[in-house]
Write a protein that binds this ligand. Structure first.
Ligand code: NAP
Ligand code: 3JM
Length: 342
């Protein structure tokens, strides 16, 4: 397979680091590798697959001779540099929300709408982490029983807010145990006016507030899922941050047009790509973040009938949002590109 010259913009971040790990782990056909970040970390060194690389500050000229550029440095950075990468001939796989809802830009979860990758004109968007994890679990159910309505509540890890989110939780736990006051500077939104401790807490705000008093994260889950499924599915969402280091959890209530028993649903999900069913209530087996972190599949458990409606199913879905929710999904898109475009 032809080797690909790759750039990772945001290479010092939680998502960027995982992309670098997974390119090696999955034996991606790497040619040249360029690590990009802000001027803050320019000059730092990083070892990837035994080879030392120097982090460069991103500029308009960073993408010469690059085939695939993974962008994971925030929306405003993508807005500024994606056009320069495309102009230089690279395909941008963008992990931010900058382009996801633009009509001409494919928004892809390979297990659901992989064929949309080929429609790209230089940029392919990777969905929000909570959206991706939900989409993988919903796709087989929709195919079999036609989804009528979805009610989702999330229980999201602090690493969704990057390394700063993880550091903040760890420091607050240390301070609490040492009987010191807990300081909050990052969550719920780093640029926001108010910050609350996440240790021993639950914060019902992820990203900024938008229309109808929903948060942007909630709108991402609704609108991005509709775009991925190419249907105006009825979805409502509540997104909540919890003191979990890594792996997002989602309680998903699905109402379907056609009947689907829990047994049929379990079998369907067992056969589906990217999913592992972990649902043995007699043995108290169900997915939990401490066991799913660092793993690739989307785990589904607690599959049971919703007795309050004619055709309803409840699911508990857990996935490592830095892997399938970001790095893995992006690399699957890159693998599809290399296999289909040579
Ligand atoms: P992070 O740990 O805070 O890392 C941010 C990265 O962006 C760092 O490499 C940082 O470089 C770089 N960066 C920041 N400002 C920059 C600038 N002006 N120019 C160039 N590079 C800049 O965040 P993360 O969790 O990896 O997330 C990165 C992005 O991925 C998010 O903003 C989001 O859009 C997307 N995403 C995140 C998740 C998740 O679960 N965390 C999931 C899906 C998508 P320095 O070291 O130089 O500051
Ligand atoms: C996950 O632009 C930014 O400040 C990044 C905010 C952010 C996003 C986003 O909107 O791209 C942080 C964490 C996401 C995401 O995947 O939607």
């Amino acid at each position: 397979m032809k080797k690909q010259n790759v750039a990772v913009l945001g290479a010092t971040g939680a998502v960027g680091e995982e992309i670098l790990n997974m390119l090696v782990e999955r034996a991606f056909p790497l040619g040249e590798l360029r690590l990009l970040a802000s001027p803050r970390s320019a000059g730092q060194k990083k070892v990837v697959d035994g080879k030392e690389y120097v982090i460069e500050a991103v500029s308009e000229d960073s993408f010469e001779n690059i085939d695939i550029a993974f962008f994971c440095a925030g929306g405003s950075v993508s807005e500024k540099y994606a056009k320069h990468a495309v102009k230089a001939g690279a395909v941008v796989i963008d992990n931010t929300s900058a382009f996801r809802l633009k009509p001409d830009i494919p928004l892809v979860v390979p297990e659901v709408n992989g064929e949309d990758i080929l429609k790209h004109q230089g940029i392919i968007a990777n969905p929000n982490c909570s959206t991706t994890i939900m989409a993988v679990a919903l796709a087989p159910i929709h195919k079999k029983a036609q989804i009528k309505r979805v009610v989702v509540s999330t229980y999201q890890a602090v690493s969704g807010a990057g390394f700063a989110g993880m550091q903040e939780l760890e420091q607050q736990v240390r301070d609490y145990v040492a009987d010191k006051p807990m300081e909050a500077n990052v969550l719920p939104v780093a640029s926001g006016e108010k910050h609350y401790p996440i240790a021993f807490n639950a914060i019902p705000q992820i990203d900024v507030f938008e229309e109808g008093d929903y948060t942007k994260e909630e709108w991402k889950m609704i609108k991005e899922t509709q775009k991925i499924f190419n249907e105006p599915l009825r979805i409502t969402a509540t997104t909540v941050r919890l003191p979990i280091m890594r792996s997002h959890c989602e309680s998903i209530n699905v109402e379907t047009e056609l009947p689907l028993s829990p047994e049929e649903c379990k079998e369907l999900l067992r056969q589906a790509p990217g999913i592992e069913v972990l649902d043995e209530v007699a043995e108290q087996q169900y997915p939990m973040p401490i066991f799913t972190s660092g793993k690739d599949p989307v785990y589904v458990g607690r599959i049971r009938k919703d007795f309050s409606v004619k055709n309803g199913i409840n699911l508990w879905v857990v996935g490592d949002q830095i892997r399938k929710g970001a790095a893995l999904n992006a690399i699957q898109i890159a693998e599809f590109l290399t296999q289909n475009l040579g």
